[in-house]
Write a protein that binds this ligand. Structure first.
Ligand code: SF4
Length: 330
């Protein structure tokens, strides 16, 4: 029997702005699945629609069209009692922990808040749960008594994670959760995500422009360009043998231990404007491999190196990975 995905989005579309020439199509027909207990990394440049997609999956924003199923049932409209019940099972972790926390409340009080809202149990049960959550993310009871401003950036992100885990969610949507942290703390927090996932079985949508972070935590990776997913598959296949020219360029731009990659692919053309969509493949104005069909027809999303590795590019199956850019994300 095929397992039911925890989250299944079909053909999601979200446009901002009503005037046609200024309308921004932030999410453009995204279909994806997230299974229980897996981490899906969502990659792409700033402004490609990653964060909007995360909000659509949680129901924090309504899509213009398309659907989201959570645990096999359609996600209820935002604000309804049913949606609030689902929200206890789906939590979000933001980039900036300081703005996600109340600066005037002790950390332990904020970790306790979701337990109070969702009527977790007696006072003693909540005390015990808060202590367990702080311990699980590596914070001491003394740190729990402090205000957010008295903790480091890494400790604050741990506190945000403890609060997000309070209701034992099935899904965490993490939007650039380590971008504001320095490299060493980033590594510690990424390890913490992996530990929490293996201990709790929570599914994670990990949104990041940092391919190294995605490599560290993801089971699968999806790459977005101008509102659409252009490549998706097992993390190793996407990050070590990318088949879409945009993914290849992204990966080639990751610096190695000796600095910038000498084989880095510099994209031509102007950065994309989501208000000015052209026919055909959205990437074709910047793609060095473009052929005539690229400016006319939107490429289908097709299996590449395996049935679970799919790519939207007219050049498949002939568009392989040139040796010069076959560079992996360390
Ligand atoms: Fe490049 Fe054409 Fe493939 Fe788009 S479809 S990525 S323009 S080769």
């Amino acid at each position: 029997m095929t397992a039911v995905p925890l989250v299944e989005a079909r053909d999601l579309v979200k446009t901002y702005g009503s005037r046609r020439q200024h309308a921004v199509r932030a999410v453009n027909g995204v279909t994806l699945k997230l299974m229980r207990g897996e981490t899906l990394g969502l990659a792409g440049e700033s402004g490609c629609g990653k964060s909007t997609l995360g909000r659509l999956l949680l129901g924090l924003e309504a899509a213009d069209s398309g659907s989201v199923d959570f645990n096999g049932s359609p996600l209820a409209p935002a604000g309804t009692a049913e949606w609030r019940r689902s929200r206890a099972r789906m939590q979000m972790v933001f980039q900036d922990p300081l703005s996600a926390l109340d600066r005037l409340l002790p950390i332990a009080t904020q970790v306790r808040e979701p337990l109070v809202i969702h009527k977790f149990g007696s006072q003693a049960q909540m005390d015990e749960r808060v202590a367990d959550l702080l311990n699980a993310v590596g914070l001491t009871a003394a740190q729990g008594r402090r205000l957010p401003g008295e903790l480091s950036g890494g400790q604050r992100q741990r506190a945000v994670l403890a609060r997000a885990l309070a209701t034992s969610p099935d899904l965490l949507v993490c939007d650039e959760p380590t971008s504001a942290l320095d490299m060493l703390v980033q590594a510690q927090v990424l390890d913490l995500f992996a530990e929490i996932q293996s201990a709790s079985g929570v599914a994670i949508l990990f949104i990041s422009h940092d391919l190294r972070a995605l490599r560290r935590v993801s089971d699968r990776v999806a790459v977005m360009y101008l509102g659409s997913i252009v490549e998706e598959g097992p993390a190793r296949q996407v990050l070590e043998a990318p088949r879409h020219p945009y993914t290849q360029a992204l990966i080639s731009s990751v610096p190695g231990v000796h600095g910038l990659n000498p084989h880095r692919i510099l994209l031509g053309g102007e950065p994309p404007s989501p208000t000015q969509r052209r026919p055909g493949c959205a990437f074709h104005p910047r793609c060095a491999s473009a052929v005539q069909a690229c400016g006319q027809t939107v490429p289908a999303f097709r299996p590449a190196s395996s049935p679970s590795h799919r790519v939207a590019c007219h050049l498949l199956p002939t568009g392989g990975t040139p040796a010069a850019i076959a560079r992996t994300v360390a």
